[in-house]
Design a protein around this ligand. Structure first.
Ligand SMILES: Nc1ncnc2c1ncn2[C@@H]1O[C@H](COP(=O)(O)OP(=O)(O)OP(=O)(O)O)[C@@H](O)[C@H]1O
Ligand SMILES: [Zn+2]
Length: 753
């Protein structure tokens, strides 16, 4: 084709539009594949973008068009499938497509790297030299080491360079065999590692059988299944057996887990079960490892991918099943940039690729339960614990007017002693790291506050410093009150460090392990600690939610929850839902082995109706109550919400932009809604389709030196909401002076702070 054509390109810039470029001189249009990368001049920079289409017309005056600088891929990099899903994300989250596509590929490719960059040096024996007659010729090889090396090649003609050096062979020895013409070097992309399966499937109980059977009937078509199983009910075993069926059909499976749910134990459990390559993708991988995993999935070499949030973008050409473990977990929602929810996106992907998706949880999100109740999702319940384990006994323990010893009620201390004496493990949960959440002056009432946030500084002792957990600001611990020079300054309240210190005094000689972000900084530290706990020696574990999620510690028989109250009166409408989920997840760590477990929840509000409902009626009892409440006040899942956030060091500006946004939405609604253009349902034509709440200061108004404002935009019709948001985003993007502030639009927000 010699006719003029243009390349329409998505660029990773915060502008919600595409850009037209000229191709390189003398290249045919067929040279450019949709979804391939090109490097282009953009202002004074060079950016990498994605070819979206080849156009014969452009709205840009031709003399203004620039040619691309280079074409980076000779073939499609982002498959049509993933490209369309990214387009959906871009529309649904009102986020620039170029930035979405950028997220969809590994960092190294984003920076312009090539798959071939991950090729590794290998050596192979030349076949003529392997002929039996020539093997005898190996007398030209001198030296023991040299001979040993050649013998390796006789056993197996291909070797990774790294494997050979790990076995103690030097580059010089390889070079010598090369010079003799026995071997030659070559580059090859790494193939995934795979051992033979060492564990067989467990015999399922009736509930598990029913879930596996019913869900596998849905293979090959779009279907959402909620696997609603209490903690320790064997949800993972159900996943494993569904995956086994998927693999039998020659398909791939994708398992998404929460940020801290991907432990080596999980990986080992999967690897031990299957004969096929299992790869992992999580934030601890370096860029190269990520690209390797991505490549192996895209080539259908890896059959099972276990990953955190962003693994949902991975190309899997024969994907047959998606599993979202702990689907209620907040870490599936990205909290900056493209604020997508990987669970919701996964459902979209399953729909597009016509395959079943399983959402598993002991405490499903209210949105998910609502969808199951209204039969959009199938609902599979596991109501008993697998194996011999029984659900733990749970008890609310009032600490109102009760003496506490180092933050623990006296009967709790006695109970802990009993469990330790019986050789068992005890877990104490407090969702606050550091020594104490407040440092205060007894004489004048001064409290240590962050200079950049509306928040108190947390006191830490290891090492000693004051730390703002919101902006990371750190300062020394004052010796005197900065306000009145009094020496009577005191740490108030408890964090994990202080509890740990107190426990040493209360239980001298006991093994006490603290588990929080300060003690477990590296993945290795985490792994070592888990191996320690799994030895089963009696100990007390004190920790934050790092301890809570999904772990299987069979020797923990008692769990104590210290600060359940902090979530009871949250300003966030999801506060109670999140509190209940956390309590049950933590409680679920007790009694998972053969010995029964008990859970003590210390509270000042032992007659709090919803806490009691949770204990008496279980998660579903409470969830039904919360759903009724949400229905009554028309909050999600009974309405759809977007949150417009603005922040600026100038308080007035953050507020002003919100007011302009509000005015814009109102006048837009007046103009279009009353003209009935938005009407989805005639009978609703005179009710406002979209309501605005705010702008208000955010619950923490000042954070990291910026004032924060927010406005809730809600509707009963998802479409109506999005039809308003689209012009709103356009309006904001073009608003004069908008560069002076930061703003974002959060669709289906889950963090309202
Ligand atoms: N059918 C079964 N028979 C015997 N043991 C089983 C069976 N299913 C699962 N188990 C065992 O029960 C324990 C708990 O199972 P699993 O970890 O799968 O539970 P879970 O529902 O995923 O728990 P959680 O939500 O608390 O993480 C594991 O040790 C597992 O091997
Ligand atoms: Zn701060």
């Amino acid at each position: 084709m010699t006719d003029t054509y243009y390349l329409r390109i998505a660029l990773p810039v915060p502008l919600r539009r595409q850009f037209d470029y000229l191709p390189l001189a003398n290249t045919a249009a067929s040279h450019y594949k949709i979804g391939s990368r090109v490097r282009v001049p953009f202002g004074r920079q060079q950016l990498i973008g994605f070819v979206l289409s080849i156009e014969t017309e452009t709205a840009v005056p031709v003399d203004k068009l620039k040619p691309i600088t280079e074409s980076l891929d000779s073939d499609t990099l982002v498959s049509p499938n993933i490209l369309q899903l990214c387009e959906w994300l871009s529309t649904y989250y009102h986020h620039p497509l170029g930035e979405v596509l950028d997220l969809a590929i590994p960092v190294l490719l984003r920076k312009g790297g090539q798959i071939s960059d991950i090729a590794e040096p290998h050596w192979r024996a030349l076949s003529c030299k392997l002929q039996p007659s020539n093997v005898a010729n190996s007398s030209v090889i001198t030296g023991k080491k040299q001979l040993a090396l050649w013998q390796l090649f006789q056993q197996q003609p291909h070797w990774r360079h790294k494997e050979l050096t790990q076995q103690g062979f030097a580059k010089a020895q390889l070079d010598r065999l090369f010079n003799l013409g026995f071997i030659e070097p070559y580059q090859q992309l790494p193939v995934p590692h795979c051992d033979a399966a060492s564990q067989s499937a467990l015999t399922l109980n009736n509930e598990q059988v029913s879930a596996v059977d019913k869900i596998s009937e849905q293979f090959g078509k779009f279907h959402v299944a909620l696997l609603d199983g209490i903690t320790g009910s064997g949800k993972t075993e159900v996943y494993l057996q569904l995956i086994a069926k998927t693999i039998e059909q020659g398909k791939q499976a994708l398992v998404l887990v929460p940020e801290i749910g991907l432990t080596p134990q999980t990986l080992r459990r999967f690897q031990a079960r299957f004969d096929v390559p299992v790869v992992m993708m999580h934030s601890n991988l370096n860029d190269k490892e990520r690209l390797i995993a991505w490549h192996q999935c895209s080539q259908n070499q890896a059959k099972i991918l276990i990953g955190t949030r962003s693994a949902i973008f991975t190309p899997l050409p024969s994907l047959g099943l998606i599993i979202i473990d702990e689907e209620h977990d907040g870490s599936f929602k990205q909290q900056d940039g493209l604020r997508y929810n990987a669970r919701d996106f996964a459902i979209k992907r399953a729909h597009k690729e016509s395959l079943p998706i399983v959402l598993g949880s002991a405490t499903p999100a209210l949105e998910t339960l609502h969808n199951a109740y209204s039969r959009r999702y199938s609902h599979h319940k596991l109501t008993i614990r697998a194996g011999n384990a029984k659900p733990p006994r749970m008890k609310l323990h009032s600490i109102l007017h009760q003496p506490l010893e180092s933050g623990l009620a006296l009967p709790v201390v006695d109970k802990i002693k009993q469990h330790l004496n019986a050789g068992q493990q005890v877990m104490i949960f407090i969702n606050r790291r550091g020594f104490a959440p407040t440092l205060a002056c007894r004489d004048c009432g001064w409290m240590a506050e962050c200079i950049r946030c509306d928040a108190r500084m947390t006191m830490h002792q290891y090492p000693p410093h004051m730390h703002c957990h919101h902006c990371d600001n750190q300062v020394g611990i004052p010796r005197l009150c900065p306000n009145c020079n009094s020496m009577q300054i005191e740490a108030l309240g408890q964090g994990t460090e202080r509890i740990e210190e107190n426990l040493h005094q209360l239980f001298p000689g006991s093994d006490i392990k603290r588990v929080d972000r300060d003690t477990v900084r590296t993945k290795d530290a985490f792994d070592n600690l888990f191996d320690e706990i799994h030895k089963g020696e009696p100990c007390i574990l004190v920790g934050t939610q790092m301890l809570a999620k999904g772990h299987h510690f069979p020797d923990v028989t008692m769990v104590v929850i210290l600060d359940a109250d902090s979530g009871l009166f949250s300003a966030d409408f999801r506060g109670m839902e999140k509190t209940a989920q956390l309590i049950l997840q933590v409680a679920g760590r007790a009694g998972r082995g053969d010995k029964p477990g008990e859970v003590w929840i210390q509270t000042l509000y032992a007659d709090h109706p919803q806490l009691n409902l949770l204990l008496d009626g279980g998660y579903h009892g409470l969830a039904d109550n919360l759903l009724q409440e949400r229905k009554h006040i028309q909050l999600p899942p009974y309405s759809y919400m977007a949150l417009l956030r603005t922040e600026c060091s100038d308080k007035h500006l953050a507020e002003q932009v919100q007011n302009q946004a509000r005015e814009f939405v109102q006048s837009w609604l007046n103009q279009y809604w009353q003209g009935n253009l938005l009407s989805i349902n005639e009978t609703q034509a005179d009710t406002t389709p979209v309501t605005l709440l705010g702008p208000f200061p955010a619950p923490m108004e000042r954070r990291n030196g910026r004032f924060r404002q927010q406005m809730q935009i809600m509707s009963h019709e998802r479409n109506a909401l999005h039809r308003v948001l689209e012009p709103l985003v356009h309006f904001l993007e073009n608003l004069k002076g908008i560069q002076k502030i930061r703003w974002n639009l959060d669709i289906d927000p889950i963090d309202m702070s």
